[in-house]
Write a protein that binds this ligand. Structure first.
Ligand code: GN1
Ligand code: MG
Length: 381
């Protein structure tokens, strides 16, 4: 299902459009801007495509950064600059057109990485990588393999960048203790008056608390190295070319120090799911095992050389943890009255929670099968 990066038909008044065009004009964009239109399917930032006159070779992506979530915009943009700059250096000599394989920040006319408007909003521009595809739901093993290669290569390329140069943009982002504490706080304050209606879900979540702490336990005892990870490895954050080969990893907002199993698990969360992240009918949520195998093979073909044995063992923990953590996050937002994720209807966060927990359930049932597949993929290398 090719959904993302098509024009999303959201109404924009002419006034809004004019204002956003004026913002776009603050940036070092080549060519005359003729329009801006809504773009993409992110839950956090607002994204627009900047249409420039047809003779201009590049297209652009304008984003309003959600600074209620990303409070340190300066640190965030500096991270993205360091990461893309490093990737470009690594890619030199490896590929012909470096700028097609990594994001490029377009600075403001006064050479800043972002623009702060009079209204106190933060904006940035990237070169839009045309002629690429991204998928919300994976369709073929070739796509899954490419996705695995993309994130494996991304981690490998960043292994030579000093992690201490990056700020932790969202502290504790994938720390399950932190996420469960937030859920407990949301239960206590019950702002949305919804706690009574989700007691079964809460029981299911808290029954798995200890099992889901396995990565933290390993990390706290120094058994897992801290690396630079992407931290939002949804499959639609990989751009593929027309033949479904890897082209570029996008959405670098959460690139920061982390553990490899988090990236592996978050990717599998979307890849192995036969349905959407917010599927309403949980009966439709089943595991697509061949896609899991293809992603694992693609990932290990790039990453095996630098992973420790313990990191390899931790990958399966990440597979169970990430959908679980995502359910905890969606449910917390539901109980807090939907203040974090964009929603399309009132129960959206609850639907998302149930969909993720159904996935956890399926993954638990097939844990040994998936572990065997991982081990077989390893044996091939
Ligand atoms: C958010 O940027 P976007 O919409 O892809 C979220 C991720 C979640 C994801 C769930 C900064 O990502 O952590 O996995 O939604 N990003 C942030 O779809 O919270
Ligand atoms: Mg994101």
């Amino acid at each position: 299902m090719l959904v993302n990066f098509e024009r999303i038909n959201v109404y924009m008044s002419l006034l809004q459009e004019k204002q956003i065009e004026q913002i776009a004009e603050q940036f070092d964009i080549r060519g005359e801007i003729v329009a801006v239109e809504r773009f993409g399917s992110g839950h956090i930032n607002d994204t627009y495509r900047v249409v420039v006159q047809s003779s201009t070779p590049e297209s652009y992506l304008l984003q309003r950064i959600n600074h209620h979530i990303f409070k340190d915009v300066d640190g965030l943009m500096n991270n993205i600059f360091l990461v893309t700059d490093h990737l470009k250096k690594v890619l030199e000599g490896e590929v012909d057109e470096v700028d097609k394989h990594t994001l490029t920040i377009v600075p403001t006319r006064d050479q800043k990485l972002y623009y702060l408007s009079d209204e106190g909003e933060y904006w940035r521009v990237f070169v839009l990588l045309d002629n690429t595809k991204s998928y919300d739901i994976v369709e073929t093993t070739k796509q899954a393999f490419s996705g695995g290669q993309a994130f494996g290569r991304f981690q490998k390329q960043l292994a030579t960048l000093d992690a201490t140069n990056l700020v932790e943009v969202l502290p504790n982002f994938h720390n399950i203790d932190f996420r469960l504490d937030n859920l407990r706080k949301a239960i206590l304050s019950d702002k949305g008056g919804r706690v009574g209606s989700v007691s079964d879900i809460l029981a299911y979540i808290f029954a798995r608390e200890n099992k889901m702490r396995r990565i933290l336990v390993l990390a706290d005892s120094g058994q897992l190295p801290l690396r630079i990870t992407h931290n939002d490895t949804k499959f639609n954050n990989v751009l593929l070319d027309q033949e479904d080969n890897v082209q570029c990893v996008i959405d670098l907002d959460t690139v920061m120090p982390g553990y490899v199993a988090y990236d592996f698990g978050d990717a599998i969360r979307t890849i192995i799911n036969s349905a959407a992240e917010d599927e309403k009918d949980v009966a439709n949520i089943t595991l697509n095992v061949p896609l899991f195998q293809a992603y694992a093979e693609g990932y290990l073909s790039e990453a095996e050389g630098f992973l420790t044995d313990m990191e390899i063992d931790s990958l399966m923990y990440g597979v169970l943890l990430l959908p679980y953590m995502q359910a905890v996050r969606f449910l917390t937002d539901y109980l807090e009255g939907d203040i974090y994720y964009k929603i399309q209807y009132p129960e959206h966060n609850l639907v998302r929670t149930n969909a993720q927990l159904k996935l956890v359930n399926e993954l638990e049932k097939h844990e040994s099968l998936l572990t065997d597949i991982l081990n077989k993929s390893l044996a091939q290398h």
